[in-house]
Design a protein around this ligand. Structure first.
Ligand code: FAD
Length: 390
C-alpha cells in the first residue's frame, strides 16, 4: 500500500488550491477525483469566464451557522492574494459589475493556473478514482479506490456540494463526515431560480424574457438590488438567485419594482396621465399589463384615484409579493446551503476538532457565499489555510 503525506479528495477549486499549497511545503500529495476532468465547475462558472473572486469580499457576504467562522480564513488568504496569483500567471481579467472579477478569455485559464501550481509543487493528480472506503489507520487514514489502496497522514475532503449532479456532485463528503461522527447540517439548494405556484403560471409564464432592475427582499429582511428575470419556469436573474439563499419553503419574497414615493411624485407631476401609460415610463409594458390585470386595477388618469387606491397601488409597486412554488433544485443551483457543521472544525486550519488529521474545505462545509465570486473565494481561502498545515 503506497503511503502519502496528504490525500485530497476532490479536484475542484478548494482541493486544487490545498494540494498545491501542501505540495509547496514539500508534502507528498495525492489529489483524487472521481470525474474525468479537473475543475469542472470552474470551467462552467461565470458563463465560461469564471467569476473567480470579488473586490468586496467580507464575512457578511456568507451564510453560515456560525457567522464568525469564515473570518480567519478570509483574512489569511484574501481576494488580493488570489488576484496576485492570477496576475503572476499573466491571466487577463476585468471587473464586470459590483466588484465581480472575470477572466477576459476563459475559465480554462484558472484551471490551467491551478494545475500548473500543482505540477510545480509535485502533486500527483488521479482522475476517474472512485473512492470505495475510508478508514482510520493509526493517526492517519486508509483510502480504498477501485483497484488500489493508499494511506496518508492527513486526509482533506474537498468533494463539494450537491448542485449539478450531472457533472459529478455527490454526497460523499457529508457521508464521510457522518462516518467520523461529525454533525452535518441539513442541505438545500442555494443561488437557484424559483418556480411558480400552479395558480401563478397562467399569468406569469407569458412574461418569460421580461427583465428589470428590482430590490428583492426575503422575510428575514435581507435585500438585494439586482435584476429580476421572468422565465418559462418561474423567476430568475441575480436578485432571485441571491434571495433564494435566504428563502425558506412556504415564505414570500417581495420585489420593489418602483421606489416608495415615485407614484406620489407621478400624481403631482402628471395628474392627467393614465396609470398604465405612466407606469410604462418605468416598467416593461408587458409587466404593467399583467400586474394591473392580476391585481384587478383599472387604469385611469392618476388624479382620479382616491388616497386609499393610491396607497394600495404604491404598496404593490414598492413590495410586489410573490410566493414561489419552490426552487429548481440542485439541477440548476449554483451552490448547496448547509453541510459539515463549522462547530466541528477549526476556523484556522479546517481540521475536525475530534478527528485529528481529517480536514473539510470548500462547499462541503456549511459556508455559502453570495453570487459574485464569493463562493470561489471561500474555496481558495479554506483550501489555502488547510494547505499550510496538512
Ligand atoms: P467543487 O468545485 O464542486 O469540486 C468538488 C470536486 O469533488 C469535483 O471535482 C467532484 O468531481 C469531486 N467529487 C465529488 N464527489 C466525489 C467522490 N465521491 N469521489 C471523488 N471525487 C468527488 N462561484 C463563484 O464564486 N463564481 C462563479 O462564477 C460561480 N459560477 C458557478 C456556476 C455554476 C453553474 C455552478 C454550479 C457553480 C458556480 N459557482 C460559482 C459556485 C462554485 O463553483 C463552487 O462554490 C465551488 O466550485 C466549490 O468548490 P469546491 O472545490 O468546494 O467544490
Amino acid at each position: 500500500m503506497k503511503a502519502w503525506d496528504v490525500i485530497v479528495i476532490g479536484a475542484g477549486a478548494a482541493g486544487l488550491m490545498c494540494a498545491a499549497e501542501a505540495g509547496k511545503r514539500g508534502r507528498k500529495v495525492l489529489l483524487l477525483d472521481h470525474g474525468k476532468r479537473i475543475g469542472r465547475k470552474i470551467l462552467m462558472s461565470g458563463g465560461g469566464r469564471c467569476n473567480f473572486t470579488n473586490y468586496f469580499v467580507e464575512p457578511a457576504a456568507y451564510l453560515c451557522g456560525n457567522p464568525h467562522f469564515v473570518k480567519s480564513a478570509l483574512a489569511r488568504y484574501t481576494q488580493w492574494d488570489f488576484i496576485a496569483l492570477v496576475e503572476k500567471h499573466g491571466i487577463a481579467y476585468h471587473e464586470k459589475t459590483l466588484g465581480q472579477l472575470f477572466c477576459d478569455d476563459s475559465a480554462q485559464d484558472i484551471v490551467d493556473m491551478l494545475v500548473k501550481e500543482c505540477e510545480d509543487a509535485g502533486v500527483t493528480i488521479r482522475l476517474r478514482a472512485e473512492i470505495l472506503q475510508v478508514d482510520r489507520l493509526g493517526e492517519g487514514f486508509m483510502v480504498a479506490t477501485a483497484g488500489d489502496e493508499v494511506s496518508c497522514q492527513s486526509l482533506v475532503v474537498a468533494s463539494g456540494g450537491l448542485s449539478m449532479p450531472k457533472i459529478g456532485a455527490s454526497p460523499f463528503g457529508y457521508k464521510l463526515a457522518e462516518q467520523f461522527g461529525l454533525r452535518v447540517l441539513p442541505t438545500r439548494a442555494g443561488l437557484v431560480p424559483f418556480t411558480l405556484q400552479p395558480e401563478d403560471k397562467a399569468t406569469l409564464e407569458p412574461l418569460a424574457g421580461v427583465s428589470l432592475p428590482v430590490v428583492a427582499e426575503s422575510e428575514d429582511g435581507t435585500r438585494f438590488a439586482e435584476s429580476l428575470l421572468f422565465t418559462h419556469r418561474g423567476v430568475s436573474g441575480p436578485s432571485v438567485l441571491q434571495i433564494s439563499s435566504y428563502w425558506q419553503a412556504g415564505e414570500q419574497v417581495h420585489f420593489e419594482l418602483l421606489p416608495a414615493g415615485r407614484l406620489a411624485q407621478g400624481v403631482a407631476d402628471s395628474p392627467n396621465q393614465e396609470l398604465k401609460t405612466w407606469l410604462g415610463r418605468y416598467l416593461p409594458k408587458r409587466l404593467v399589463e399583467t400586474l394591473l390585470e392580476r391585481e384587478k386595477i383599472t387604469s385611469k388618469p392618476l388624479k382620479q384615484y382616491v388616497p386609499k387606491e393610491l396607497a394600495a397601488i404604491e404598496q404593490l409597486l414598492s413590495a410586489w409579493p410573490l410566493k414561489p412554488g419552490g426552487t429548481e433544485g440542485y439541477r440548476t443551483a449554483e451552490v448547496t446551503l448547509g453541510g459539515v457543521d463549522t462547530n466541528e472544525l477549526s476556523s484556522k486550519t479546517m481540521m475536525a476538532n475530534k478527528v485529528p488529521n481529517l480536514y473539510f474545505i470548500g462547499e462541503v462545509v456549511d459556508v455559502t457565499g453570495w453570487l459574485g465570486g464569493y463562493n470561489f473565494q471561500w474555496a481558495w481561502s479554506a483550501g489555502w489555510c488547510a494547505g499550510q498545515v496538512v
